[in-house]
Unconditional design. Sequence first.
Length: 133
Amino acid sequence: MMEGKLTLITPPDVFENESYSIMFIHLSDDDQEKVSQWFANSNIKENVNIYFYSGESDLSWFFHALARSEYKYIDLDGLNNVTSILSGYILGKKNTYYKISDENTSAICHYINQNRIVDIEKFLQRTFNDQNQ
């Protein structure tokens, strides 16, 4: 069981502390459930901030969350107008991982970012250095 505290942060809220921060962009319902289960079963001891973006138009919040997060995960299959325009910028950020189902688009994204993930649990394991084991 996770010993640390999870803080879910959504637009327009901002939460400033020294906790480890990750950002999820456009998670599917299925991946949201997997993330919840993964954290419930993890052995993570530290507090974690989760910035969660699902299409809101608050760009200042979005850029703040992107900058504050050590790791970012974007589901490129769920883009909206804003994230579609910003997808290359997002993929260019350090420690950004992505999921995409279309192989042709994946080949293009690979030129910008080689961190394609097919299973969100793999992202979480990498993000938390396999502390879940």
